[in-house]
Design a protein around this ligand. Structure first.
Ligand SMILES: Nc1nc2c(ncn2[C@@H]2O[C@H](COP(=O)(O)OP(=O)(O)O)[C@@H](O)[C@H]2O)c(=O)[nH]1
Ligand SMILES: [Mg+2]
Length: 689
């Protein structure tokens, strides 16, 4: 691949709902630009972008992938992204390093949930956005309807830059409203605008010119005076509007049939800003801890941000980076500023799907990859040791759908933790934790399919087979009234006997106070040296309560009396006496089951608020507060963990994927009696099996 200056580069992410045709479009880019001579199909599992085994199997994108396209004198670093909600982390990463986004809409389905969500993510980063009304060849394709929807939902700045000629099976070509030319047939041959479209073209062009004029006072004055704007002026005006996030030009085409694809690539060149036109990237200078701005100067100080890492069983770890300033060279030493470590780089590559093309260097504004870095992971910055810089990292969604993992065999157990570590390194939206009370290894992800795919990956990539189940709820037990209990441990076998005798007082403590042990023994009824043994025994008893073997919390235990035997007493005897006395006492003290209660913080579109709250009601939740702002409702509630374990799936279905939430442990609370019985029964059954 040729080398390109920063002003010849366009970093553009394809975003949109799953199935809108992004991957097919990226394949069409390669085909039309002459990079490949055979057009792969998603359904045949042979596209450049969906190269991962899981993607090929499922016929959908799961990971972001790089599809660089050389178009005339420009390099388009197209980043194809998945559209399904579970893989939203990949979209985040792609948008973080893109200078513009191309929203792909299906002409038949219009604006869908995935379109809205990814659009909002691009808006959050104030990225310039173009829209493609794609799959225009499909039955029920409707350009006007889709544009109207886009104006309603995505913003009034959506304005057609092109018009389709015909639709569905009659879709023949496109009209470029700026240049007022038609492009027809598979080759996009230039021709006159069909007569029946002329008046429509005129009105739509007026709208476009107006949008262009509104971006600049001089242009607007000229426009209002009735002077026509030149093609150049319209382009300049539109560019300005697009960069300011006020104008979103709408194009049309069919990626599957390669229609309109050449004009679309022209539009990307014309309207997506080059790295040199983007607001300067701010970075932190480590020694001075001050913010500094980076310009995309290949001769500037090096700053390259890692936005994606993959683990491949053959090539090992692969690290994708975008250079914001300076030039990264093959076979060089760089500094990982955040970790304070040196990295040795081997050969740098330009990735196209899974294909690597070795390059000597990757300059400012461009994107590349390098294999086998030892110290660096997603979010890290590579720089020069003498100029330690950190570029802000992408923020990934916090995973809140968990499953417990069980290795199938001993061999799987041995390999499991290393493989999980690599899996998590590849995907920052996966988290591994160990739940202390239940002893389970938990894998948290964005949703159910996300975890399913992670588990399949563990098998395919790392040869580790896992069984997955919903996590056990870490219940606890406590007492609800005070009581006293006595226990005498006495055994007379031949030789040395055993003797330990204690009186304990048990008292409930407020939630969250765990356990207190005190002794108030008078007159040496229990000699000093045996008291630690009694405490140890009580401690042991706390590990498994009398209701269902869950740990016991929130009790105060006072050792207040007892007796001993000068020969037969020992630590062991007193420990056993403490343990048994506690168990006995707990049985008397109206023991209760406690469950974890979490704080749920929700952000949902206001019109779903009622449905969300009534569902929460059914989950024994307690509302803490609600507020709303600009069509968005914010809800805070407390809910038992047991009711909320699969909430990611639930909320998605209630809000059609538009709601989000986070969970945070809050406190333990008593399980209502009618539910406790079922939990005890289940735990007994588990103990027996
Ligand atoms: N008719 C038609 N089908 C298309 C077009 N583009 C993609 N498809 C089909 O739509 C489905 C989803 O396409 P894909 O590229 O995977 O969409 P993505 O999820 O946005 O990447 C596949 O079955 C494609 O063959 C198109 O322009 N026209
Ligand atoms: Mg795709």
């Amino acid at each position: 691949m040729k080398s390109y200056t920063p002003s010849q580069i366009r970093n553009v992410a394809l975003i949109g709902h799953g199935g809108s045709g992004k991957t097919t479009l990226s394949e069409a880019f390669l085909f039309v630009s002459g990079a490949i001579n055979r057009l792969g199909r998603v359904d045949d599992g042979n596209t450049t972008s969906d190269f991962d085994a899981e993607e090929m199997k499922r016929h959908m994108s799961i990971n972001l992938s790089m599809v660089p396209v050389e178009w005339h004198d420009t390099k388009l670093n197209v980043i194809d992204t998945p559209g399904y909600a579970d893989f939203i982390g990949e979209v985040r990463a792609a948008l973080h390093v893109a200078d513009g986004a191309l929203m792909v809409l299906c002409a038949a389905s219009g604006v869908e949930v995935g379109s809205e969500i990814t659009w909002a993510m691009a808006a959050e980063r104030s990225l310039p956005r173009l829209i493609l009304v794609n799959r225009m060849d499909r039955e029920n394709a409707d350009f006007e309807r889709t544009v109207e929807q886009a104006r309603q939902i995505l913003g009034s700045g959506c304005v057609p830059l092109q018009l389709p000629i015909g639709s569905a099976s009659e879709f023949r070509g496109i009209v470029d409203l700026v240049r007022q030319r038609a492009y027809l047939g598979p080759q996009g041959e230039e021709g006159p605008i069909p007569a029946e479209l002329e008046s429509h073209v005129a009105t739509q062009r007026e709208r476009l010119v107006e949008a262009a004029a509104e971006t600049d006072d001089d242009l607007l004055a000229k426009y209002l005076e009735g002077e026509g704007l030149s093609v150049e002026e319209v382009i300049v005006g539109l560019r300005r509007g697009i960069q300011a996030g006020k104008v979103f030009p709408v194009l049309v085409g069919s990626g599957g049939h390669c229609r309109g694809v050449d004009r679309l690539m022209d539009a990307i060149v014309d309207y997506v800003p080059a790295p040199t036109e983007m607001p300067a990237c701010s970075a932190r200078d480590i020694p001075s801890n001050k913010e500094t701005v980076l310009t995309p100067d290949p001769k500037g100080p090096l700053a390259a941000l890692v936005f994606k890492s993959t683990a491949d069983q053959y090539i090992g770890k692969l690290t994708y980076f975008r250079v914001y300033s300076g030039t990264l060279n093959s076979d060089s030493h760089v500094w990982n500023a955040g970790r304070g470590r040196e990295e040795r780089l081997g050969t740098l590559h330009v990735m196209r799907g899974k294909n690597q093309e070795p390059v000597g260097s990757v300059g400012a504004g461009d994107i590349g990859a390098v294999a086998k870095l030892a110290e660096t992971t997603t979010g890290d910055t590579l720089c020069q040791r003498e100029r330690s810089l950190v570029v802000p990292a992408p923020q990934f969604p916090v995973p809140n759908f968990s499953a417990a993992l069980y290795p199938r065999t001993k061999a799987d157990l041995d390999k499991m933790s290393l493989a999980l570590a690599r899996l998590v390194e590849e995907d920052p939206t996966l988290h591994i934790s160990r739940e202390h009370d239940t002893g389970e290894t938990l894998l948290a992800g964005v949703g159910e399919s996300h975890l399913d795919i992670a588990v399949e990956k563990m098998k395919r990539k790392f040869g580790v087979e896992l069984t997955v189940s919903p996590p056990k709820v870490p219940y606890k037990e406590t007492i609800t009234v005070g009581t006293k209990a006595e226990y005498k441990h006495k055994k007379q076998t031949g030789g040395h006997g055993q003797y330990g005798h204690v009186f304990l007082e048990l008292e409930p403590l407020p939630r969250g106070s765990t356990f207190h042990f005190e002794e108030k023994v008078v007159g040496g009824a229990v000699p000093r040296n045996y008291i630690p043994a009694v405490e140890k025994g009580v401690h042991e008893a706390l590990q498994e309560g009398v209701i269902a073997h869950y740990p016991v919390v929130d009790v105060r235990v006072v050792l207040y009396d007892g007796s001993y035997h000068p020969v037969d007493s020992s630590d062991l005897s007193f420990k056993l006496a403490g343990l048994m006395a506690f168990r006995k006492g707990m049985g008397q003290a109206q023991p209760a089951l406690l469950e974890p209660v979490v704080k749920v913080t929700l952000v949902v579109p206001a019109h779903f608020q009622g449905d969300v709250m009534s569902d929460l009601n059914g989950r024994r939740a307690r509302l803490l507060g609600t507020s709303s702002q600009g069509g968005t409702a914010y809800i805070e509630a407390l809910a038992p963990l047991a009711e909320i374990q699969r909430y990611a799936t639930v909320l998605r279905s209630i809000t059609q994927g538009r709601g989000s939430f986070s969970l945070e442990f809050d406190h333990y609370d008593e399980v209502p009696a009618h539910l406790a019985q079922a939990i005890v029964a289940a735990s007994k059954q588990q103990g027996e099996s």
